[in-house]
Each structure stands twice: as structure tokens, then as C-alpha cells.
Design a protein around this ligand. Sequence first.
Ligand code: HEL
Length: 399
Amino acid sequence: MVSATVGRGTALAAALLSLLAVPAHAAPQEPLPDLTGLRDFLRTAQQQGAPGAMARIDDNGTVSKLTVGVADRTTGRVLSTTDRFRIGSVTKTFSAVVLLQLVDEGKLSLDASVNRYLPGLLPDDRITVRHVLSHRSGLYDYTNDMFAKTVPGFEAVRTKVFTYRQLLDRSLQHASTGAPGAAYSYSNTNFVVAGMLIEKLTGHLVRTEYQNRIITPLNLRDTFYVHPDTRIPGRYARGYLTPDESGEPLVDATEQTASWAQSAGAIVSSTQDLNTFLSALLGGRLTSAARLAQMEQWLPAGTGQAYGLGLRRRDLSCGVSVYGHTGTVQGYYTYAFASKDGHRSLTAVANTSNSSAVHNTMLRTLESAFCGRPTATTQSAGAGLVERHEDIAPGVVRD
Ligand code: HEL
């Protein structure tokens, strides 16, 4: 089943007003989203094995919502864009925002050693807060080992509760992957350290800081830090993990502590809330302009991509760049990205993971949302954009 709704509330009024007034600095015209193409990609994800897939675009007051398939394979309940889901590493953007707010408050310096705030924590005093937030610390990613075998790896940690220290110790059993500051190398360990910094500097659990600094001010009603509880509150899409062995049935991975992820990936949210969050961030409503500029100091991070501080940039075939994060947590793939000024945002989700085919298809939803209908030129450039490499645990794509 495919459903699509588009609401035009304040957009109509805004359009009428724009006929009367010529803005001093007209924003460059962005192509309208290609909802037909978007729906086709969601259908493709479903054909590739996702029980369901959905997307919501918020575009200057116009809301477009598309869903295909089911939220629950047992009951057959159809997926709704209001269903909550696990956002995985989109959590990293929340953690980065909290730390950048602490920079704004003069409580943290991006270029200070992490060990200045957490004495003796890391084996190298040269690792700074900025290195951690930009994945340049050289700290090995403990999830490489944890999820080398997808389903057994997941089942081994599904109900476990880790301390941050235990996760960090798993990383420190390995040599560093590079000198501090030398190179981008994506690692969940960095955002475990980010969580430790948040808790040390504020004296509160990360849950409290996400709540007080982001969730409450933005009135995000579907957003929760769920750890170590295993259940997603309210109405949610169930998440189905694809086993490594082809032909094996999907594994319902919905309930888990997400303790392996915590401040690197344990938030639950909705398409609406993630769009609101990214619009607020890019619109400059969560940090000072100077801190946002620091979040957007980009380092190359693979073909057509760059990484700032807890923030990804993806360069699309039409020349538009979008800003946000991706998330992979057992059972869910999330793409949450917005335009430079935050006026258009897209959250696209499939309720499966460990499937390169589905992940690549979901990536293409960005093209539909921000580039509009493909032209011959963008189609050939777009083909080149969908490049992913698997440089960590098999099946985990870290780009
Ligand atoms: S991986 C990523 C994504 N990030 C990183 C983080 C997140 N998620 C994880 O580290 C989960 C790893 C296991 C995921 C599991 C699956 O697909 O459900 N795969 C396996 O177990 C493979 N053996 C860089 C992709 C991100 O986009 O930032 O989220």
C-alpha cells in the first residue's frame, strides 16, 4: 500500500505575500521535491526487503508524507509517518549540539584536550574535543568487533547494559587508528566520549541535557533517549534486522537496550521531530552562529560527502548540498537532512537494516527531496553519488 499526503497551510499565505513584496535577498530557487520519484524509491526499498519505508518533507510550511508497507509484520499494521523509530547515529548530532551549547556557555573549549575535562581518560593528551566530534581522534570503533557477525553480535548485546567506561575500554584494547587530528575515521567511540564529556561538564545524565536543551525547547513530542529501557514508548514502527546469510528470515530487533550506542545512537524520534530539529539547528536556533559555523567546518569523508562536528554534508547531483546525519541501528535506516538554511528538511526511514540495497535506495530519497525531478545530467551524476563503501564491520557502511 502506498499513501501520500501533502498539506499546504501557511505556504499558501506565504506565496500570496510573496507576490506583493520583493525580498531584498531572494533565496535561490530550489527545485520542487519530486514526490513521484520519492515514492518510487520507497517502493524499491520495499521490494528489496524492507517491510516498510517512509519519508516526510517539510518545505517552508508545506508538508509531504509518503509511506509504503507495514510497521509490524505480525499484525500487518501499515506504516505511518507518525510512527516513532530508532534514529541510531542521528543521535550524534544531538550530542554535538549539547557540547556546542556548552562551548557557547564558556564551559568547554573545542581545542582543549579531552583529558583536561576527564583527566587520564584517553591514552593521548593530544586528542581534543574537536577531534572527537569530527571523528579524527584515532579512537578505534569498538562496534567493529561487536557486530562483525550481525545477528549473533546483536543478540549478544541486545539486553546488555554497559557503562561508558566499558565501551571505551573495548576501544582502547586496540591500537589507535591514526594520530590525533590526522584523518577522518568514523568511530562510535568518539560519541561515547562526547557523552562522558556532557555528563562530566553538566553533572547530569545525557538524557537530561537532551531534554532540557533540545527536546523541550523545540517541543519534540516523539523524541526520547531510551536507555537502558528496551521498549519504544507510544506508537512505533517495529525494526527488522536483515541477517548476513541470504534467505534467512528477518529478525525483529525492535526491543533492545541500545546500550552499545548510548550517546552515539540511542535516541528514538519521528520524521516530524527530526525535521524540526534539523531546521532549528541549521536555522541557527540551537547554537550561536559562530558555533554552527564550527559544526560546518568540513573534512572530506568519502565521495560527495564531508563531516563537520556531529554533522554530515552530502553533495547532491544537482549541485545542492544537504546537512544532517544518517543512522543505522538494528532494524532501522534513517536519513535526516536539511537544506543549508534549514527551510527544507527530509527524514526518510526504512524499517530494516544490514541491507546495502535498501540503504542505497534510501540514499536516493535525498535526490528526490532536494533536486526535484531528475534531468539527464543529474541522473548520470546521481548514479555516481550512490557510492558506499564498507570499511568497518561487514555490512556496516561507514561513510
Ligand atoms: S554505522 C554508520 C551509521 N552509524 C554507525 C552507527 C550509526 N551504527 C552502528 O554502529 C551499528 C552497527 C551495526 C549495524 C548492523 C545493522 O545494519 O543493523 N550491521 C551489522 O551488524 C553488520 N555486521 C556509519 C553506517 C551512520 O550512518 O552514521 O548509526
